[in-house]
Write a protein that binds this ligand. Structure first.
Ligand SMILES: Nc1nc2c(ncn2[C@@H]2O[C@H](COP(=O)(O)OP(=O)(O)OP(=O)(O)O)[C@@H](O)[C@H]2O)c(=O)[nH]1
Ligand SMILES: [Mg+2]
Length: 371
């Protein structure tokens, strides 16, 4: 089994497409004819380098070792008007959610904004040519005219493109699980999907994000489990905010508050809630307006309702609606999932509506110029 810890979400690669093959100078050589007509063939096109988004790929790990990717050149033309073979295209499989940036003089820009990406590979099978192969040169046969019966020149192939790219993966999931370490996020994902993130009774068990697919009836959502957050995560504390990027593109957040931490350590879960919200907001203010479902986890540990009375009262005073669940004892999961599915499907519908409104708007005022 592949080590799940080998998760890589940033990589820099160099791509080179193939050079076009040269056109050649050749003449027909026939018996008894001293000099036949020109028949030098064209060179073949160089191969492209193409990135393809693939659901089966979960990490950019492969690019840690293979940093330079080169497509083959086109072959040179031959005699008898033979065209050189084209260089094969090289397809590179990348995870869905990979943003592609060109590294220019500003390679040291830390913050990569999605809007500056060349492309955002968000759908399975989506492809983009990142380096186009050079055209093959024309052979001398092409230059024959009525006044120039024996052209003795041909064109060389065009060079390919070379580009330095930064690949940056931001997972595409409908739902992000957030909360303090040990809150029960991975346990919940294991319970509702076939994903198998590690679970253990200590903080920072999860070191890398993982995705699980949840299906009910004919509905299907993708849920992302990320490492636990702590106070100061957006400044790099704990595992830092490096994983918060993976909930950026979710539609709904499930925020877990850990009843065990309250019972055992006397933690104030409302303060925990605020701490996590602060980190989310400091990382990206938009995360605070995302639909959020707040959950009290490990509900099976509550045997005496008076233990949670204070907490529930202070949550209610803040108008924070919570549901109690237990992933271990399968309590409240059906209701939680129903609500989650509804929230995700609502959000999707809204996005579609917005997209079609935008399309209508563009039809009225003309499409924006191609970038
Ligand atoms: N009693 C009880 N224990 C639970 C429940 N859910 C999780 N736990 C336990 O809580 C501990 C932490 O669970 P995890 O799922 O690893 O927590 P996490 O939020 O993924 O933790 P990190 O990956 O460190 O952020 C484990 O010992 C789990 O068995 C539950 O519903 N009831
Ligand atoms: Mg975990």
């Amino acid at each position: 089994m592949k080590n799940a810890n080998l998760f890589v979400d940033e990589a820099e690669i160099e791509v080179h497409s193939g050079t076009g093959g040269n056109g050649v100078v050749r003449f027909r050589r026939e018996k008894f004819v001293s000099s036949g007509g020109p028949n030098g063939g064209d060179g073949g096109r160089g191969g492209d380098v193409i990135l393809v988004a693939d659901t089966n790929i979960g990490t950019l790990l492969d690019f840690k070792s293979a940093r330079t990717i080169k497509a083959p050149s086109g072959a040179h033309g031959g005699s008898s008007n033979r065209k050189g073979a084209s260089g094969e295209h090289i397809e590179i499989r990348v995870p869905i959610g990979t943003l592609v940036f060109e590294v220019g003089d500003t390679a040291d820009v830390v913050e990569l904004e999605e809007s500056t990406a060349i492309v955002d590979l968000v759908e399975d099978g989506q492809r983009v040519v990142v380096a186009r192969g050079g055209e093959g040169g024309l052979g001398n046969a092409r230059f024959k005219t009525s006044t120039r019966q024996a052209p003795d020149f041909a064109k060389p192939g065009k060079p390919g493109q070379s580009r330095q790219l930064r690949l940056s993966l931001k997972l595409m999931a409908d739902v992000g699980l957030v909360g303090f370490p040990n809150a029960g996020k991975s346990t919940l994902l294991r319970r509702i999907s076939a994903a198998r993130p590690r679970v253990a009774n200590y903080p920072f068990t999860t070191l890398v994000p993982s995705l699980g697919v949840v299906e009910r009836d004919d509905r299907r959502i993708v849920v992302a489990d990320i490492p636990g957050l702590i106070e100061g995560a957006s400044d790099g504390a704990g595992l830092g905010h490096q994983f918060l990027r993976h909930v950026e593109r979710t539609r709904v957040l499930i925020h877990l508050l850990d009843l065990e931490a309250m019972i055992v350590e006397g933690r104030d879960l409302l303060a925990d809630y605020d701490a996590i919200r602060r980190e989310l907001g400091r990382y990206r203010p938009e995360l605070l307006t995302r639909r959020e479902i707040v959950v009290l986890s490990k509900g099976d540990l509550i045997h005496d309702e008076s233990v949670v009375a204070d907490l529930e009262a202070s949550l209610a005073a803040r108008e924070i609606t919570v549901r109690r669940i237990s992933a271990a004892a399968s309590l409240g999961l059906d209701t939680l999932l129903l609500e989650t599915f509804d929230a995700v499907y609502d959000a999707r519908q809204e996005e579609e509506k917005r997209a079609s409104e935008e399309a209508r708007h563009h039809e009225r005022v003309g499409r924006p110029g191609k970038i």
